[in-house]
Design a protein around this ligand. Structure first.
Ligand SMILES: [Zn+2]
Length: 261
């Protein structure tokens, strides 16, 4: 009996690592997505933002209340996931992604200090090396999120994107990944990339090298994440569930962080 109790208590001990996924009754859930509404930010060239016309709101006339809307939006706006096909012709579409690749232990690299000094800061290999010195080598099959502190600017387009001129991408300015850093993360075997700015390439990019590097490695990415400050740099999990759009190049995504209660 004592042995059984001992085994049970070992099984109940909270553990959150790459080998053992979190137990949902033992974690606090953190919402890492922004709300979709008329303030949601989109790329300046997007032909559509988030449209949400009302169909019905109020008494139905048949004794019950009834509310319904339609919605229309671009795949790449708000908190959304880029499927690998976004920048790689033979990459996976969003509906083809394996759910096992969307629930992962997560590393959070913090460059808030650097982005405060330089709003076009790009993650460097040396930042990854500094992270690994403190937390150990980034493990294969994990997710890497870049915390820039930028979600505090949401939904102020000028502060968040650097410019709010519709149709003009020439003056965009915000931090992101550097291409050599992205190549190192691909070499580490990560399965998912994420960031709390509008793109996995910096605002000044015109060639989208990071998009090409990660898409070519069949790694999806999440952009415009929220609340990354609430995650520890290591020890949490994330679950990212994009809308299952057939043949989609990306989709709105609800991202949930899981940390020890
Ligand atoms: Zn995108």
């Amino acid at each position: 009996m004592r042995i059984i109790i001992a085994i049970a208590s070992v099984l109940l001990t909270f553990s959150i690592n790459a080998d053992e996924p979190p137990r949902l009754n033992e974690v606090k859930l953190i919402d890492l997505s922004h709300t979709y509404d008329d303030k949601t930010l989109f790329w300046p060239t997007s032909p559509i933002k988030f449209e949400h016309p009302e169909l019905s709101y109020g008494p139905s006339g048949n004794g019950y209340f009834y509310s319904a809307y339609t919605f229309a939006t671009a795949e790449h706006g708000g908190t959304h996931l880029d499927a690998p096909i976004h920048f790689f012709e033979s990459g996976q579409t969003v509906d083809a992604l394996d759910l096992n690749d969307l629930m992962l232990p997560v590393n959070v690299i913090d460059v808030t200090d650097k982005t405060t000094a330089n709003r076009d800061y790009l993650l460097q290999v040396s930042d990854i090396e500094a992270f690994e010195k403190e937390y150990g080598k980034i493990e294969k099959g994990t997710a890497v999120l870049l915390r820039t502190g930028w979600s505090k600017h949401w939904p102020d387009a000028k502060a968040y994107m650097g410019d709010d001129t519709p149709g003009d991408t020439s003056k965009l300015s915000f931090p992101s990944f550097g291409v050599e850093a992205a190549k190192l993360l691909v070499a580490r075997g990560i399965k998912l990339l994420g960031i709390d700015t509008a793109s996995t390439d910096g605002g000044k990019s015109t060639t989208f090298d990071v998009h090409v590097v990660i898409s070519s490695a069949n790694i999806p990415a999440i952009e415009n994440m929220n609340n990354l400050e609430a995650l520890p740099q290591q020890g949490a999990y994330i679950m990212a569930l994009p809308m299952k759009i057939g043949d989609g190049s990306g989709a709105p995504v609800r991202v949930v962080g899981m940390i020890k209660k």
